[in-house]
Design a protein around this ligand. Structure first.
Ligand code: S3P
Length: 441
């Protein structure tokens, strides 16, 4: 069963909304809570399919996990300590979640049992060598298709040695996989990166009592003692809020507030880029909970202008680049994205997907191997476009449907459930048009 969304041009978006808990932080809370001593109580756990896959993986390994959906999205994890996970009898199916497979590859490499990780066709085609290679250098025994580059991955746990690894790519998944393996390794384990990637693993390890030294672009785990369970309060996901930030900025006569959104500096690139584009954004009630900063963010309609997005800004807004392409499509002048080759190996090739789909709205786009040039235009024409099974592409195109003339149809939108099952309801709550979703064979 496929799904599609139909939308019409809308102005005067308004309201105060919340978005699901941060997906990256939720994965880490599930993983570290499962190997901590004691009960981890989590508030604001992400409600998408990706994080459910991580919870399910730990249930398969004998961890008792209770979940309450609704307002507080609470999860209770009865941690088994570092050394008591059980061998999963079946393959661990991570669905569409790249974070689950890469982080678990690190953790499972150090467990005294055999396990197999696999996922949907997107995950099975994403590169795993980036984690498998450094883990093998630590002594991990991992087999997979293409010499371990593609899932399914079969892991025979073994004892590991700490390493000091200079990663050629800035990637929090690579860094986290190695740090998780490092929790069990002999000696210390260090990861260095060309630009600092998101640091949620380091922050949460610190919160749970691990000895971790984090610098700008490096992280080192220096002990093998156990983790202590904590209460963890997860902020809203800035990557989900991003769609509403851009919707509020590019629709006329609009003002939207998104409450309690994570504003970790390693993730905040989108806010800084939108400000550079001339966006009117305000952050209120800045506070820190469970080691992560959060704020209420208000946006008002603004005339955006094109900018250059490169270097550390690419890393700090990596998941927001599809919707930033959307913002660029209606900005005055051109936007250039450089050094973003990583987008080609996300849930889909996001550079290709956005280039092809923006052209359908009448936008001039030039695609480069590692980026693109987008020439903004004042009016977009409504179109029938495709998500390529990628949740962030689907939501970015839906937002463009709110400003394009006439009707826009986004095909294949079932994927949105991997990060934001309630997306359409929230979109409907701030707009005066009906956004319809339909299922078909
Ligand atoms: C994530 C890291 C990023 C990001 C992904 C989530 C994480 O991937 O794109 O959505 O939670 O660690 P990379 O590590 O591949 O850059």
């Amino acid at each position: 069963m496929k799904e599609r969304i139909r939308l019409k041009k809308s102005k005067g978006l308004g309201g105060e909304i919340r978005v699901p808990g941060d997906k990256s932080i939720s994965h880490r809370a599930a993983i570290l809570g499962s190997i901590a001593e004691g009960t981890t109580r989590i508030k604001g756990f992400a409600d998408g399919d990706d994080c459910s896959r991580t919870l399910k993986a730990f249930r398969q390994m004998g961890v008792r996990i209770e979940r309450k959906r609704g307002e507080s999205a609470a999860v209770e994890i009865y941690g088994r300590g570092l050394h008591s996970l059980r061998e999963p009898e079946r393959i661990i199916d991570v669905g569409n979640s790249g974070t689950t497979i890469r982080l678990l590859t690190g953790l499972l490499s150090a467990q005294p049992f055999f396990s197999v990780l696999s996922g949907d066709s997107s995950v099975r085609n994403r590169p795993m060598k980036r984690v498998v290679e450094p883990l093998r250098n630590m002594g991990a025994r991992i087999q997979g298709r293409e010499e371990g580059n593609k899932a399914p991955l079969a892991i025979q746990g073994s004892s590991l040695m700490g390493i000091s690894y200079g990663s050629p790519i800035p990637s929090a998944q690579v860094k986290s996989a190695i740090l998780l393996a490092g929790l069990y390794a002999q000696g210390s384990t260090e990861v260095r990166e060309p630009f600092p990637s998101r640091d949620h693993t380091e922050r949460m390890l610190g919160l749970l009592g691990a000895r971790i030294e984090a610098g700008k672009g490096s992280a080192k785990i220096v002990q093998r003692e156990g983790l202590r369970a904590q209460e963890i309060d997860i902020p809203g996901d800035l990557s989900s809020a991003a769609f509403f930030l851009v919707a509020g900025l590019i629709s006329k006569d609009s003002e939207i507030t998104i409450n309690e959104v994570g504003v970790n500096p390693t993730r905040k690139g989108i806010i800084e880029i939108l400000e550079r584009m001339g966006g009117n954004l305000r952050l209120d009630n800045l506070q820190e909970n469970s080691g992560e900063p959060r704020a209420d963010i208000t946006v008002r309609s603004s005339r955006l202008k094109g900018v250059m997005i490169d270097g550390e800004f690419v890393v700090r807004s990596i998941d927001e680049l599809p919707i930033l392409c959307g913002a660029a499509a209606v900005a005055e002048g051109e936007t250039i994205i450089q050094g973003a080759g990583e987008l080609r190996v996300k849930e889909t090739d996001r550079l290709r997907a956005m280039a092809v789909e923006l052209r359908k709205f009448g936008v001039e786009v030039e695609e480069y191997p590692e980026g693109m040039r987008i020439v903004g235009r004042e009016r977009l024409k409504g179109s029938t476009c495709l998500s390529y099974g990628d949740h962030r592409v689907a939501m970015a195109l839906a937002v463009l449907g709110l400003v394009a003339e006439g009707e826009t149809v986004v095909e294949d939108t079932g994927c949105i459930k991997s990060s934001f099952p309630g997306f359409l309801e929230v979109l409907g709550s701030i707009s005066n048009v009906k956004c319809q979703s339909s299922k078909f064979k």
